[in-house]
Design a protein around this ligand. Sequence first.
Ligand SMILES: [Zn+2]
Length: 330
Amino acid sequence: MSNTVGDVVDLGRGLYAWLPPKRGWGLANCGLLVSSRGALWIDTPYDPFLAGQFLVESQKRLPEGAGIDRVIVTHANGDHFWGAGVLPGAEIIATREAREYLHYDPTPQQQHRLVAGSDPSTPLGAYLARHFGAFDWSATEEVRPTTCFTGELELTLGEYTVQVSSLPSAHTAGDLIVHLPAQRAVFSGDVIFSSTPQQPGDHPVHWAGPLSNVIEACERVLATGAEVIVPGHGPVLDPAGVREHMRYLAYVRERAHALHAAGVPATAAARRVIGEGRYPALGLPERLVVTIASEYRHLDGSGLPGVLEVMADVAAVAHELDPSSAGGPA
Ligand SMILES: [Zn+2]
């Protein structure tokens, strides 16, 4: 992605959030923690250009001679860790389940070929070009976690403690949250997206579920007592913003269960929920196709479909909502 620079928000006591230049698919928030003894990242941007921007911003804030030698990855979607290649040799920390989940998502090279080779005359090709065409993974190698854990992991960085907790299947299988007690902050990854009317982002997209686990993950974030919550995507929240987002999740869950009980197929159910127009300020309503399909799989006891199969349905619904949106980058 070119010609764009994110914002760096100073959260105090050596902690910063890097917020990407706009909302949309793949534009995730990242964290930087700087101590007198070095620095670490929480997640990375999606492609080397954005990761390079975040690295430049990070280096301006490091003590003389210090480097960034650790990355905590909140989950195994590329928009949170494919940029790690700009930190060669860094320790990459993720959950064991995230390492397994990597097999489900395309590699950077596969994704590059998929987007570059997609036929823009089809809804799927047009959608991929519009939402993913500005990223560049042509030279991005696959990144693998180097330290994997399940449960709780406590790290020390100079004077600061970093508490990392793995979660049951929620946004993906293998999510984790990062609590920084001295900064009273949590980086939640994609178990939280900003969805408050005051600070609208995009509709969440949940690949694994069930939504009850996503809601429990939000409870867990609140239970830390943190006052600042950096979601995976969208503006930084306070606890009230997290509670607002939990109401969104409860609404989608309740509608999915009711429509499932009424025998409405998953994609039709997503069309209905979109049509209800409950959250008009949020972008990318077609992502409800993914989230509701994930919830249906738990109700039906069926397995994960291929990502491409799901994205074809997402693109078809996006095309119905806005036929003029096909073709050309956003
Ligand atoms: Zn994400």
